[in-house]
Design a binder for this molecule. Structure first.
Ligand SMILES: C[S@@+](CC[C@H](N)C(=O)[O-])C[C@H]1O[C@@H](n2cnc3c(N)ncnc32)[C@H](O)[C@@H]1O
Length: 382
């Protein structure tokens, strides 16, 4: 007989009084609360996809954080350059062109993908998803990512998929394809969540997962495939992004009826979601905080704490200030990056660990889960 531990990653290896999880080394008992699950198929395939890479350790740089972000002289110089309107406009256009060109060189048919979305019936999704009562915070209605209306436009929403694929390929240039790169990075991310939850949640079963800032639901779908017995909620402020998410979910040939039912999308603000307290076992915050001013990030972490059940896990993944690759980015590239990311300085100065402690989180752990990104996990107090 073999089995998986309560969080679904490993296979039970027989041991005295029960089994030991082959991945997180936690001892599980046949009759213990939530220790058996039936996630074998999905978890094994994900493990297989990432198993020969789990040994990879990514390098940190020599500085505390990248010098182009925060309050260093270099950072101020970059900010001065991009504060000149005509230079800013040129750089902004340049940044988008560079992104599209490199993506197409890597086999990502950016323009074709956008045209396909324009011709689709994605537009109908917005009516069902949009919550007219949502109030957008000021920072969200400003130009952002080279789009005049920030994330509140179809133009931005249609670019998300090709831009995300390009990001994965840039993150792991040695991967054979963007798919392989994406699976490896998300595989490491979910492994970090899994191992943390397994170790610190005292057997809290993973039934409800929330992704704050889910965008077009790439990570949401990955979570739903992995924790295939859980209900997964993706929340975002952009009804345009959520429409694309819902449309892609319906159209995905790999999406079974049960998976479709296990994902729901909510249009809302991650700072104040109106979702019930203590209603989730895992809350993920993936690539959201670098897009937020510091106060919004603080509110999001507090809200995640409120939403987690005791023993639940928060997982934040984002650009790592300590990453060697990020610290050594050529000046021209990081200047381009800053023209499209207005909150990078505040993000790089955020002391995430202290913020988590202030919210009440314990067992805070952080590791690099790609050459550029960290995953920080922590537990809501019991
Ligand atoms: C880079 S994307 C996240 C990507 C996604 N989590 C993934 O892993 O593929 C950042 C998202 O956060 C959303 N966002 C920004 N501020 C938000 C807020 N206060 N509440 C909810 N969503 C927010 C944006 O609309 C955008 O979709």
């Amino acid at each position: 007989m073999s089995a998986l531990c309560g969080t679904g990653m490993g296979i039970g290896v027989p041991a005295a009084g029960g089994f030991t999880c082959s991945v997180c080394k936690i001892k599980v008992k046949p009759n213990g609360k939530g220790v058996w699950c039936t996630k074998r198929r999905v978890s094994l395939s994900i493990r297989a996809a990432s198993s020969n890479r789990t040994v990879v350790e990514y390098e940190t740089g020599k500085d505390e954080r990248a010098r182009f972000a925060g309050d260093d002289t270099l950072s101020k110089l970059v900010n001065l350059i991009i504060s000149v309107k005509p230079i800013y406009s040129l750089l902004k256009l340049g940044a988008k062109n560079v992104m599209v060109r490199t993506a197409e060189q890597n086999g990502i048919a950016w323009k074709e993908m956008v045209e396909e979305m324009k011709a689709s019936d994605v537009f109908a999704e917005k009516e069902n998803l949009e919550n007219a009562a949502v109030v957008y915070p000021d920072y969200y209605t400003k130009p952002f990512h080279a789009y005049e209306n920030g994330n509140l436009s179809w133009e931005a929403a249609f670019d998300v998929e090709p831009a995300t694929r390009a990001l994965w390929k840039r993150t792991l240039p040695s991967a054979k394809s963007w798919q392989e790169a994406g699976d490896m990075v998300r595989g490491k991310w979910v492994e970090a969540i899994q191992a943390h939850h397994c170790k610190f949640s005292s057997g809290l079963l993973v039934s409800d997962i929330l992704e704050l800032g889910c965008s077009t639901a790439n990570s949401t779908r990955f979570l739903a495939n992995y924790y295939n017995n859980a209900q997964v909620t993706g929340l975002d402020l952009s009804p345009y992004f959520l429409s694309v998410a819902q449309y892609l979910e319906k159209r995905d040939p790999a999406c079974t009826e049960s998976r479709r039912k296990s994902i729901r999308f909510v249009h809302g603000n991650a700072e104040s979601t109106n979702l019930p307290s203590k209603s989730f076992d895992i809350v993920t915050v993936a690539f959201l905080l670098h897009e937020c001013p510091r106060d919004a990030s603080r509110n999001i972490l507090k809200e995640a704490y409120r939403l987690l059940r005791p023993g639940g896990t928060i997982a934040i993944t984002d650009q790592s200030p300590k990453s060697k690759v990020i610290q050594e980015l050529p000046p021209a590239l990081f200047t381009l990056m800053k023209t499209t990311e207005p909150w990078l300085d505040e993000y790089y100065l955020l002391d995430l660990e202290s913020e988590l402690v202030n919210c009440g989180f314990t067992h805070i752990r952080s590791i690099l889960t790609s050459p550029r990104h960290f995953t920080c996990t922590a537990t809501a107090a019991m």
